[in-house]
Ligand binder design. Structure first.
Ligand code: PEP
Length: 249
């Protein structure tokens, strides 16, 4: 019912030429995949180059951030129309690195999410706790707070624009993946929250991705969990070989 999503977040990696080469290799190995939606999220400077290479395949293009205003004096920012123009169908919002290093809050996540609702884009909204929050037993409170803040004002109809990504901060780039049981437990709590807010039917439609040191050798067991609908991959998406093994989990 929920088509899985395997998304690669390239972060601040790859020049345009490197981006073209990586995309070509991924397209050759997975361009015709129908068991999941493959998403590539290169830096802004490579969006058009990656878009050019993905033509004729089902690979989707995502940006790593977007501003909520349609245009104006916002030096360094990128608008939704610009992303649409560059060929994007998705955008990552509220990644923990944006929250940690660039002052992203649930309130600014919510502004970006609301702006996306009036566009052709889908938002991949990231949430997740730090190690200190997990050790303090605050996972559920924190997840609830991020969901309530980031999705404030949304209706069940607008959920069709939303993909969620549960990314425990302690698992990102650390090689320390959440166990399938831990990930499933939080994914289920997220879906239960969505059911309470928007109704069961709408909640059942939302894809919830897991992110945090997903690798070729742990992706299958994660994907077998009933509420895990895909992966948001950082480090292992930068080489075609490992990303293709994840896509063909
Ligand atoms: C990420 O940055 O979204 C991520 C999950 O990174 P990694 O796979 O490297 O942990």
């Amino acid at each position: 019912m929920r088509l899985p999503v395997i998304a690669g977040n390239w972060k601040m990696h790859k020049t345009m030429e490197e981006a073209r080469a990586l995309t070509r290799a991924i397209k050759d190995g997975a361009g015709g995949a129908t068991h999941c939606t493959v998403v590539l999220a290169p830096p802004f400077t490579s969006l058009a180059a990656v878009c050019g290479e993905t033509k004729g395949s089902s690979i989707q293009l995502a940006a790593q951030n977007v501003h909520w205003e349609p245009k104006g004096a916002f030096t360094g920012e990128i608008s939704i129309a610009m992303l649409e123009d560059a060929g994007c169908s998705m955008v990552i919002i509220g990644h923990s690195e944006r929250r940690q290093y660039f002052g992203e809050t649930d309130e600014t996540v919510n502004r970006r999410v609301k702006a996306v609702l009036n566009s052709s884009l889908k938002a991949i909204v990231c949430i997740g706790e730090t190690l200190a929050e997990r050790e303090a037993g605050r996972v559920h409170d924190l997840i609830t707070q991020q969901l309530a803040g980031g999705l404030a004002g949304l209706t069940h109809q607008s959920l069709s624009h939303i993909i969620l990504a549960y990314e425990p901060v302690w698992a990102i780039g650390t090689g320390r993946t959440a166990s399938p049981e831990i990930a499933q437990e939080v994914h289920k709590a997220i879906r239960d929250w969505l059911s309470r807010q928007f109704g069961t039917e709408a909640a059942q439609e939302v894809r919830i991705l897991y992110g945090g040191s997903v690798k070729p050798d742990n992706v299958s067991v994660l994907m077998r969990q009933p509420d895990i609908d895909g992966a948001l991959v950082g480090g292992a998406c930068l080489e075609a070989e490992s990303f293709l093994r994840i896509i063909h989990y």
